[in-house]
Design a protein around this ligand. Structure first.
Ligand SMILES: [Zn+2]
Length: 327
């Protein structure tokens, strides 16, 4: 989501010019995760279940790493949000609204299971005590327990997609002493993301350098297909969604005539779903982030794509098919 929001929040947050682009292209959300998702995995130690979506021969599992309070108040994190967008966001994601204006959020990863059990993991959460996210996020995360509860062993993971290199997205990639947690995986990140890291960024020391040394870092440039069963309208496609960070990427899962998009931090709060023009205060390039978000959500709305986001408080957001009735 951000690097050190506490520090960044101390900067003056400049008010950007915000054009009001309504959510008309997006349309209303339909369904709920409770109804639409299949709780097909055994309960975790916390008693929760991994929500699952099936797309043809793929299954997408939502794996919770943590839930907590963001260290910056919601109004400061989204300084340009309109009252109408806040009102709609309350309807879309009520648990995001904590006491005294706090922002309550999930930290979630996704696993895509292909036939034969091979796994593509998207993001690795906030990590253990001692991870770079420890200074602001509710460590330790519980991704290891969530994986175990879903029947996924570290060696089952073929590919780890890192949507971007903020510390709440790479925390369980390696141990604090630099050993890859998923020893048989290629860790896929955009070249532009690595190139955009400042010298001294904790991501270099904590995750990029250890993965490079282990020969497990795979840098890609823009759109690419990941291994998995293909066919007409089926497969896993990575593509760049820059703005939140220079080399941010998202993963499209297609199968069974359906589409699901694991967005990463293209949107981090329902207020950006209510109004995609809403700026988040911790974006590297706010104007580019907004263009990316508006285009992605408009396309998702047109194509009836299910959104899977790390930080909203429900794992899957079904969007209406293009000709679905509005209400
Ligand atoms: Zn994040």
């Amino acid at each position: 989501m951000t690097r050190d929001p506490g520090t960044t929040a101390r900067r003056t947050l400049l008010r950007g010019a915000v054009a009001t682009v309504g959510a008309a292209a997006l349309g209303p959300l339909t369904g709920t995760s409770a109804r639409a998702d299949t709780p097909a995995e055994p309960p975790t130690a916390q008693g929760s279940r991994a929500a699952v979506r099936r797309l043809g021969r793929y299954r997408v599992l939502a794996l919770l790493d943590a839930h907590g309070t963001f260290p910056v108040a919601a109004a400061a994190a989204f300084p340009d949000a309109t009252p109408e967008a806040w009102e709609r966001a309350r309807e879309l994601d009520p648990p995001a609204f904590g006491p005294h204006g706090t922002w309550e959020l999930d930290f979630r990863c996704y696993a895509v299971r292909a036939p034969g059990g091979r796994i593509t993991l998207v993001d690795t959460g906030i990590g253990p005590v001692g991870s770079p996210a420890s200074k602001w996020a509710p460590v330790p995360g519980r991704l290891p327990q969530s994986l175990t509860a879903a029947g996924i062993r570290p060696q089952d993971v073929d590919t780890v997609v890192l949507s971007h290199l903020h510390e709440d997205h790479y925390g369980w990639s390696v141990t604090p002493d630099g050993v890859p947690v998923f020893p048989d995986a290629q860790y896929v990140v955009q070249q532009a993301e690595v190139a955009g890291l400042a010298a001294g960024d904790s991501a270099l020391r904590y995750v990029v350098d250890p993965l490079r040394r282990a020969g497990l870092l795979r840098q890609v440039d823009g759109r690419c297909r990941l291994p998995g069963p293909r066919g007409a309208g089926a497969g896993l496609t990575l593509f760049g969604t820059p703005g939140h960070t220079p080399g941010h990427q998202s993963l499209l899962v297609e199968g069974g005539g359906q589409r699901l998009l694991i967005t990463g931090d293209v949107l981090v709060h329902a207020v950006q779903l209510a109004d995609p023009a809403t700026r988040y205060a911790f974006e590297a390039d706010p104007a580019l982030a907004r263009r990316t978000r508006e285009a992605l959500l408009a396309e998702a709305g047109r194509t009836g794509t299910v959104l899977a986001t790390p930080h909203l408080n429900r794992p899957f957001l079904p969007l209406p098919a293009p000709d679905a009735p509005r209400h």
